[in-house]
Write a protein that binds this ligand. Structure first.
Ligand SMILES: C[S@@+](CC[C@H](N)C(=O)[O-])C[C@H]1O[C@@H](n2cnc3c(N)ncnc32)[C@H](O)[C@@H]1O
Length: 338
């Protein structure tokens, strides 16, 4: 893991500033990502992307928190009490869907690690906790895909090539970079043996960082919007990005399996399809995650700890309707030997 922030030798000479009562670290997965580039890597809403209404958000938030807590409690009960019980929340963001306070209040949990590529929202959520709970919180800035640094260096090198590549050669260069990315085992080194691992609406978002970063680079260099570029090179690049997206999702399941302790539990929830209105009707839903590939990888590592739950959020009319699945998992191998 990377360097711990805060505190230096000259601190004693400066006026006292309040120490953070939680720790903040930057994982080595962020190496090679210059600070200015982080903003461009942080996934943002695409133009025109619609946020579901507050009313449905509240219902979704309630469902999410209930499922996360139920799995966390089932997992904590299973975890051996003779060693520290740790939880890790991946891509915690502003913790709007995460029952952070309830988890912090659980005296059986000794440590809670919150991970995100952008720590600002996470810090804000943690500052909202009472002081005595903040002490068990660790914030880690990390790129869960592990490919951000490589992507930034490769694209920067392509952009500064002399003579400047033509628009077509630039697209081909980007496709070559995407084809060369390997996601297996690239996730940040955040330790293991977590009694509870939480992945809430993260898996489907892992593609956003590389996609948006590359779309921005293409627009900057060629003045073109990837999705509206006609012809084979753009089409091939879009297919390569779709393949990358599926690999990131299945790799995420492998990553969860590596984090959780043999007697722990995992909450895995995500949007699996989205329906959009068209002239008062809803078109065929669009898949958001590669459900079959994910289920296959999940069933190699996990069995159900609690039953699977589904819900939808969104509003009929102008907005999209998102279908969400929520799974509660336990590692398979240990299940056989318990
Ligand atoms: C849909 S939100 C998750 C919401 C969060 N669980 C909540 O309750 O507010 C997506 C979060 O994933 C983070 N994220 C996206 N890609 C990431 C990556 N490659 N590594 C780490 N965090 C990432 C974003 O910064 C954002 O905070």
């Amino acid at each position: 893991m990377g360097i711990e922030e805060g505190g230096d030798a000259s601190a004693a000479r400066r006026p006292a500033i309040p120490q953070r009562d939680y720790t903040v670290t930057r994982d080595s997965s962020m190496e090679g990502i210059p600070f200015e580039a982080i903003d461009s890597l942080v996934p943002k809403l695409a133009e025109g992307e619609i946020v579901p209404s507050a009313e449905f958000h509240a219902e979704h938030r309630g469902n999410s928190k209930r499922e996360i807590l139920a799995t966390a409690r089932a997992a904590i009960e299973r975890a051996p009490s003779d060693r520290p019980r740790k939880a890790i929340i991946l891509a915690a963001g502003e913790c709007t869907d995460i029952p952070l306070r309830e988890l912090a209040e659980d005296s059986r949990l000794d440590e809670i690690t919150l991970v995100d590529i952008d720590r600002r929202g996470v810090e804000e959520a943690v500052r909202g906790l009472p002081l005595h709970y903040r002490r068990k919180i660790k914030i880690v800035t990390a790129d869960l895909t592990g490919i951000g640094g490589e992507l930034v260096s490769a694209v920067t090198a392509l952009e500064s090539r002399e003579p400047k590549p033509s628009k077509l050669d630039f697209l081909r260069g980007i496709k070559k970079i995407v084809d060369g990315l390997r996601v297996r085992g690239r996730g940040p080194e955040l330790g293991g043996d977590y009694a509870f691992v939480c992945s809430q609406l993260v898996m489907s978002r892992l593609e956003s960082m590389p996609k948006r970063f590359l779309e921005t680079a293409i627009a900057r260099t060629t003045g073109l919007v990837l999705s509206s570029i006609p012809g084979k090179p753009a089409g091939e690049l879009i297919s390569a990005l779709d393949e990358l997206s599926e690999s990131l999702q299945t790799e995420h399941i492998e990553y969860l399996a590596g984090l959780v302790s043999p007697l722990g539990g995992v909450h895995l929830a995500d949007t699996y399809e989205v329906s959009m209105p068209s002239g008062g009707w809803y078109k065929e839903p669009i898949p958001v995650v590669a459900m079959e590939a994910i289920s296959q990888t999940a069933s190699r590592h996990f069995a159900d700890l609690r039953p699977q739950v589904f819900w939808q959020w969104g509003r009929k009319g102008a907005n999209k309707i998102f279908q969400v699945f929520s799974r509660s998992l336990q590692p398979k191998l240990q299940e056989a030997s318990v």
